[in-house]
Design a protein around this ligand. Structure first.
Ligand code: ADE
Length: 372
């Protein structure tokens, strides 16, 4: 008896017939539950591209207003290619990961130069564009042009790891290969774009990182993690590297009614964004910080300053760094601008609205506009 049971072939949850039924269930669920997002109201590859770049490392709710402002100001590839990089960064201010914006701008220029301003339809051409990798190419080509291209991003990594019951670290090479293969196997002949979006939607709304809502999941009957009781531990992520704490100080240097700002040059962390002069500091003692800050401003700009009252302490996390930024008022007392200091400007607080600032730079600008 036991032996004959053992011989019974186990039903393959991902056989061709089972996958057809999975796709049907998924699409029915998606049509009922999909969020009405602005980039889902168009099949213009340009808009899908902008949305996909913004959605990298950023939540949907954060992206919506940025997307709307961006496409209103730069409605097509030509408009984006012709824009000043600083204008593009101003529209990106607050979204973070500013490299995405600089690459988007560069890719728009490549599309004008290489493809006459038409977003390319060929996968290899798309992959040649700045800032576009395998995921983004697959997303644009499937969603905008319904090409049968697979996608794999954070939501689908989690969903597929659970569907497959995979206990590997999903970032490992072998897991990535398996997950991409599975993503390709899920694709239908037609309707890949809708299917890909449906998968991301289940990942984002139902198959959440913590406390997945398996009772509401259209794919629960295919889920191997659930069958094994492992939905709470899959995906088995590698341990996060703890954030490094760093201390920085910034000076709001006044010259009459104007304050000093500096453009982060190419190669610096926030290249293309303006900021108040800021530096890493070794000490927490306010007097020593003030001395160090004055010295750093003079070394960088040639301007002599006296540091005055503290203005604020701002805590801010960027990638792996937990930054504590002490901000001081300061006054210019002399010195001459060094030619190597990069671009400096003296602006009235109200004029700071016209320049792209780092996130902490914008917080400081708000404080001084309120007269703090
Ligand atoms: N995350 C990345 N791309 C997405 C999309 N098109 N819809 C929802 N979430 C996403």
């Amino acid at each position: 008896m036991l032996r004959s049971l053992a011989k019974t072939p186990r039903c393959d949850p991902f056989s061709a017939a089972s996958l057809r039924s999975l796709r049907r269930r998924l699409i029915t669920w998606y049509r009922r539950h999909r969020r009405d997002l602005p980039w889902r109201r168009t099949s213009d590859p340009y808009c899908v591209w902008i949305s996909e770049i913004m959605l990298q490392q950023t939540q949907v709710v954060t992206v919506v207003p940025y997307f709307e402002r961006f496409v209103a100001s730069f409605p097509n590839v030509q408009a984006l290619a012709a824009a000043d990089e600083h204008e593009v960064l101003r529209h990106w201010e607050g979204l973070g990961y500013y490299r995405r914006a600089r690459q988007l701008h560069r890719a728009a220029q490549q599309i004008v130069e290489r493809h006459g301003g038409q977003f390319p339809h060929d996968r290899d051409d798309v992959l040649q564009l700045a800032g576009i990798g395998r995921y983004t190419a697959g997303a644009i080509l499937s969603i905008a042009l319904d090409q049968p291209e697979a996608i794999l991003e954070a939501n689908t990594v989690r969903l597929h790891s659970r569907l497959l019951g995979s206990q590997e670290n999903p970032a490992s090479r072998s897991a990535q290969d398996r997950l991409w293969q599975f993503a390709a196997k899920l694709l239908p002949k037609r309707g890949a774009g809708e299917l890909n979006q449906a998968l991301m939607e289940v990942g984002s709304l139902v198959c959440t990182p913590k406390a997945p809502r398996c009772g509401d999941c259209p794919l629960a009957e295919w889920c191997q993690a659930r069958a094994l009781g492992l939905e709470g531990v899959i995906p088995r992520l590698a341990k996060k590297i703890p954030a490094t704490s760093v201390r920085e100080a910034a000076a709001v240097v006044w010259r009459g009614q104007q304050v000093l700002v500096r453009l982060h040059p190419t190669g610096e962390r926030w290249a293309g964004l303006w900021d108040f002069p800021r530096f890493p500091v070794e000490t927490e003692s306010p007097r020593l910080v003030a001395d160090e800050l004055a010295r750093c401003v003079t070394d960088q700009t040639g301007l002599r300053i006296v540091v005055g009252e503290p203005l604020a302490t701002i805590k801010h996390t960027v990638t792996r760094f937990r930054i504590t930024l002490d901000v001081y008022h300061a006054r210019r007392t002399g010195g001459r601008q060094l030619s190597a200091s990069g671009e400096l400007r003296w602006l009235r607080p109200a004029e700071l609205a016209d320049v792209a600032l780092s996130t902490t730079g914008r917080k400081i600008a708000r404080l001084i506009s309120q007269g703090v």
